[in-house]
Design a binder for this molecule. Sequence first.
Ligand SMILES: *[C@@H]1O[C@H](CO)[C@@H](O)[C@H](O)[C@H]1NC(C)=O
Ligand SMILES: *[C@@H]1O[C@H](CO)[C@@H](O)[C@H](O)[C@H]1NC(C)=O
Ligand SMILES: *[C@@H]1O[C@H](CO)[C@@H](O)[C@H](O)[C@H]1NC(C)=O
Ligand SMILES: *[C@@H]1O[C@H](CO)[C@@H](O)[C@H](O)[C@H]1NC(C)=O
Ligand SMILES: *[C@@H]1O[C@H](CO)[C@@H](O)[C@H](O)[C@H]1NC(C)=O
Ligand SMILES: *[C@@H]1O[C@H](CO)[C@@H](O)[C@H](O)[C@H]1NC(C)=O
Ligand SMILES: *[C@@H]1O[C@H](CO)[C@@H](O)[C@H](O)[C@H]1NC(C)=O
Ligand SMILES: *[C@@H]1O[C@H](CO)[C@@H](O)[C@H](O)[C@H]1NC(C)=O
Ligand SMILES: *[C@@H]1O[C@H](CO)[C@@H](O)[C@H](O)[C@H]1NC(C)=O
Length: 819
Amino acid sequence: MSFFTISAFMICFSIVAGESCTEITENLHYSCMGRNLSSIPPSIPSSVQTLDFSFNVIKHLQKTVFPVLSFLRVLDLSRCHIKHIKNDAFYNVKNLTTLILTGNPVTYFGPGCLNFLHNLQRLVLVDVGLVSLPLQMNNLTRLRELRVGTNNLQSVSLPPFMSSFKDFSLLDLHANNISTIKTDHTVVLRKIGRNMTLILSRNPLLYIEPGAFKDVYLRQLDIRSAFVSFAAQKVGLKALYGLNVKKILFGKFRGDFKFEYSDANILDGLCSIFFQEVYYYISDRPDELISIFPCMINATIVVVKNGVIGDMEYVFFHELKELYLISNHIAILPGKQLSHLHTLEKLVITYNSELFSAATFIDMPKLQYVDLSSNRITLKRCCSTLLSGTPQIRYLNLSLNAEIDLDVGAFDGLDSLEILDFHHTKVVDMGCLSVLSNLKYLRYLDVSYSSITYTNIYCFYGLSSLNVLKMAGNNFQGDVVRHLFNNLTVLEHLDLSYCHVVEVHSSSFKNLQRLRHLNLRGNNLMAIDFLTHSNLKQLTSFYVDKNSITSIPLDVLQKLPTNLSEFDLSSNPIDCSCSQTDFILWIIKNQNILKQPENIFCQSFSLSSDLRAADFDIVSCVHKKRLIIVLSVCFVILVVVLSVLAYRFQFYLQYCCILLRGYRSPGQQECSYDAFVIFSSYDEAWVMNELMENLENGVPPINLCLHMRDFQAGKSIASNIIDEGIMGSRKVIVVVSQHFIDSAWCRFEFELAQSRFMMERNANIIIIILEDVEERKTKKVFGLHKHLKKNTYLKWSRDPLSNMRFWIRLRRAIISTKQ
Ligand SMILES: *[C@@H]1O[C@H](CO)[C@@H](O)[C@H](O)[C@H]1NC(C)=O
Ligand SMILES: *[C@@H]1O[C@H](CO)[C@@H](O)[C@H](O)[C@H]1NC(C)=O
Ligand SMILES: *[C@@H]1O[C@H](CO)[C@@H](O)[C@H](O)[C@H]1NC(C)=O
Ligand SMILES: *[C@@H]1O[C@H](CO)[C@@H](O)[C@H](O)[C@H]1NC(C)=O
Ligand SMILES: *[C@@H]1O[C@H](CO)[C@@H](O)[C@H](O)[C@H]1NC(C)=O
Ligand SMILES: *[C@@H]1O[C@H](CO)[C@@H](O)[C@H](O)[C@H]1NC(C)=O
Ligand SMILES: *[C@@H]1O[C@H](CO)[C@@H](O)[C@H](O)[C@H]1NC(C)=O
Ligand SMILES: *[C@@H]1O[C@H](CO)[C@@H](O)[C@H](O)[C@H]1NC(C)=O
Ligand SMILES: *[C@@H]1O[C@H](CO)[C@@H](O)[C@H](O)[C@H]1NC(C)=O
């Protein structure tokens, strides 16, 4: 009740102003709570309007403690160890409207300490050790509230001048030491006006002089736990006769001393008090059932809490509009007692254990609001059997009960229902019948955890006004969920959490264009693709936490409803791999709309690691990607280079193959020619006219392999050279000339020949020097120079004699083959 709540100050710490105070609203509102200060720090601007200076140390409160703060309205000096309050202490803060001095051990109030506080409206002097109200409050003519609870006051009497305080409306005297109230104590109360609240709870009242409150008009009287004993309460209530009070609260707080109930008529005194609203806090288990209601028959609001009523007595209430029976161990629903009550609008019977009911509430034309929740009721027939002749019913709460069986036509006659709550109550037959079809005004339906299995797509047929549908913790049979919501076109809030939903079809929500809140928490969904086709343009919050979603494709994320501001994706087994970088990047970028983004974890196979999706190392994925690209490029380059090389050296490669082939079949190869002639085409004339003429036509004839004559057509030159020439001939004749040296083909052929015979360790290369070549030039041809130095060669000359010798030697060289 205290005007300030400390927590309010704690919530919004923003900037620390100056030394140690906290600025709550710039220039207006500061908190210096608990700073061990003894005066107001200079950092507080003179414009301050609200200052919390509680829990500091000001032993002597005097004028100099405060600088001039002429705008200050609210000052809290709770628990500042104040002992003395000097005259004119508040001179510099004279425009205060609220002054709080709670919890100071004040031993001295200067007679003029409240001088100048002409605007003061609330004065809080709770727990300051007051023993009387001698305070000089004459000038506080605007005072509205005086809170002097938890002191040692012994009387309710107010100083006479207070009767002129026109706005005075609250006197809180709770927890003082008031034991008697006499007629002359209430003189001022009687004069002070009709709008006052008097709180006398927790006083040790023993005696009230009868008639002390006669003709006193109060707005509210709180006498909970205000009497020392049961007897004192009974007598005290009687002594209050003639009191007019709008709202009276009596009974006791839980845990107070136990009353001894000796007779059933303890509340008789109430009959001579005029009141409209009565709040009776029994907070006890009387041994005997007490008669509660007879003196309440003229009340408009009756609230009875925390007692044992058993079976309610029959009372004919004249004007009762609201009846609350809360936590009263009522055993039987008071249908009979309340039926035909034409004034009752609101009925609340809650928190009664094991309430038995076969009751019906009949003919209550004004009844609008019925709350029978938390009673563990089992209703075998509902609901038009429970309520009939109640055409105005708008609100029906049957939640937290045991079991309710719906009839066919369950809501006939209850057509005005707007709010219906069955949550945590087993509801039988809701899932297969379309019993709600006449509730065209129903706005709110809660059937969460009601053990319903929906089998009928027409369950919600006719609910054309339904705004909120909560159906968490139920089941669907087959494909029902796909059609169930088809006609709920004005639905804004749908809770389908914990419903074992595995898949949502995109047409399930196709007509829910007004849907703003969709809760699918705790299902088994793996995808939310349905969102993209569902036309849920208005959706602002969407919960799919605690499902089995591993990833969401980028195109789905891009098509999320534009106004989505709350998206709960936490506690899903998010797949954090490099293939999901788009999704994870999206998570990182959209932390503002994600609810509990810190709980979006990567799916992990080891229990120990709980990596947050937002902490996943995307950079390393980028590196990996780059590495793969670089490697692929390298590979391509390598292949190209190898191909080029292979092309460039295809003859050698082929030759190598052939050699390998040769090795593989080392057997003697059949040679078709005696010699293969390597020569430049410029020397063709000599070869044809001389060489061929002499060797092939001689005796024995020597079979030469000449490329222009013997190479097979259609075969590549290289293979011809190798297959026919070098491999197919026993010897190789090399015709060295200037042209030979210059010809790349010849050099190549010679190299091949050399490598063949080197392998076979045969000096089967016969060199004919057709014309002299410079030594320097012979070095150009690989191996030729060396060959000429190491081996004898034949030299052609035009001289016929040496010519003759030449042919003989050549022929011998070709024939004399040692294989
Ligand atoms: C509060 O201030 C006084 C001096 O003003 C000092 O003696 C005392 O130790 C302080 N207490 C705390 C808790 O800082
Ligand atoms: C303080 O109250 C006086 C009237 O008592 C008024 O004249 C003056 O303007 C007020 N000062 C401020 C700063 O509101
Ligand atoms: C009331 O206020 C006036 C000044 O406004 C002062 O002179 C007088 O002493 C005050 N009376 C009391 C009882 O404080
Ligand atoms: C309460 O008042 C009675 C006299 O009415 C007195 O004897 C008793 O000591 C007071 N109790 C306290 C706690 O001051
Ligand atoms: C009665 O007092 C309350 C505050 O306690 C106030 O809001 C209300 O306006 C007052 N009514 C009348 C008629 O004075
Ligand atoms: C209820 O009001 C009627 C008159 O309206 C009065 O006669 C009767 O005594 C009242 N009963 C109680 C218990 O207040
Ligand atoms: C129904 O009663 C329960 C328990 O008292 C309460 O929690 C719930 O909010 C009520 N339902 C509505 C719609 O007011
Ligand atoms: C939806 O409304 C149409 C027209 O009133 C009706 O034909 C259809 O059966 C309804 N569907 C469901 C599932 O309620
Ligand atoms: C999104 O919200 C704004 C304002 O809250 C509203 O004007 C707009 O129509 C909404 N967009 C959609 C698609 O509902």
